[in-house]
Design a binder for this molecule. Structure first.
Ligand SMILES: Nc1ncnc2c1ncn2[C@@H]1O[C@H](COP(=O)(O)OP(=O)(O)OP(=O)(O)O)[C@@H](O)[C@H]1O
Ligand SMILES: O=c1ccn([C@@H]2O[C@H](COP(=O)(O)O)[C@@H](O)[C@H]2O)c(=O)[nH]1
Length: 238
């Protein structure tokens, strides 16, 4: 049987996608589907760290737009990602898989704090590690947290599972003529200002020579295909 192309992955899950067709919050069926996909790749020996977004609950930019202090709003956004992380860990528990949540902001009664060495040990033991609270700093996003944790964990690739099936010449939700890249270099993605991921995340991954693959969270079997090195989504390379 063929082997996975990557031994350790950092999976960035869209917070917004967790809503499914609901107007807000966490759709249990969507979460269960994600858990199944992740369990499938852990069964072939892939070590999985997850960074989860918070767009289904709260984004700092939205708070700031309605007059809140931006840093205060960002802390709320980070707490939203912790809620998603806890919901995801609970869904892993229901599926019989041991997942640990580590938070970049300390909430010790609820989840463990982020400790790099411990997270690496969990991954080596085959546990799924869910990183909540982004980077722990306002003015950043969970895309940057994925690039950061991916670099710290020594991941082979960052996988961004989102609402679109790859990186396009323009936002495909706004421009129906946009076309998808099969592969794109970091330099080109940054110079074209492709807003599928923030520039800080692209730049950190480029500096660390950590490739990214952007693919659809809703396409059946897509995660496994990416992990097996098959042509799926868009690969961003150095
Ligand atoms: N060039 C592009 N190619 C593909 N998608 C793009 C592009 N430009 C903008 N987008 C948009 O970026 C979105 C993905 O990024 P976004 O940060 O909004 O979501 P996410 O990271 O998946 O969710 P969350 O922030 O809730 O975790 C896509 O849904 C798409 O509409
Ligand atoms: O490092 C970080 C990560 C996130 N935030 C805040 O959380 C929300 C939700 O994250 P998304 O990446 O948008 O899903 C984000 O809008 C920020 O407000 C942060 O401050 N720092």
């Amino acid at each position: 049987m063929s082997q996975p192309a990557y031994k350790r992955i950092l999976l960035k899950l869209s917070g917004e996608a967790l809503m499914g067709d609901d107007a807000y919050g966490i759709n249990r069926e969507v979460v269960a589907g994600i858990v199944n996909d992740v369990v499938e790749v852990t069964r072939i020996g892939v070590e999985v760290g997850i960074v989860i977004g918070g767009g289904n609950i709260f984004r700092g930019m939205a708070g700031a737009a309605s007059g809140m202090d931006r840093a205060t709003a960002d802390y709320m956004g980070m707490l939203a990602t912790v809620m998603n992380a806890i919901a995801l860990a609970d869904a892993f528990r229901a599926a019989g898989v041991n997942a640990r949540v580590q938070s970049a902001l300390r909430i010790d009664q609820v989840v463990e704090p982020y400790i790099r060495g411990k997270a690496i040990r969990y991954l080596e033991e085959g546990r799924v590690v869910i990183f909540g609270a982004g980077t722990g700093n306002p003015f950043f996003t969970t895309d940057t947290a994925a690039a950061l944790r991916g670099s710290e964990m020594g991941a082979d690739i960052v996988l961004k599972a989102t609402k679109v099936d790859g990186i396009y010449t323009a936002d495909p939700k706004k421009d129906p003529t946009a076309t998808r890249f099969q592969r794109i270099s970091f330099d080109e993605a940054i110079s074209r200002n492709l807003a599928v991921m923030d520039a800080t995340a692209f730049a950190l991954c480029r500096d660390q020579r950590l490739p990214i693959n952007v693919f659809s969270l809703f396409k059946s079997g897509a995660l496994k295909r990416v992990v097996m090195g098959e042509d799926e989504g868009t690969l961003v390379y150095c």
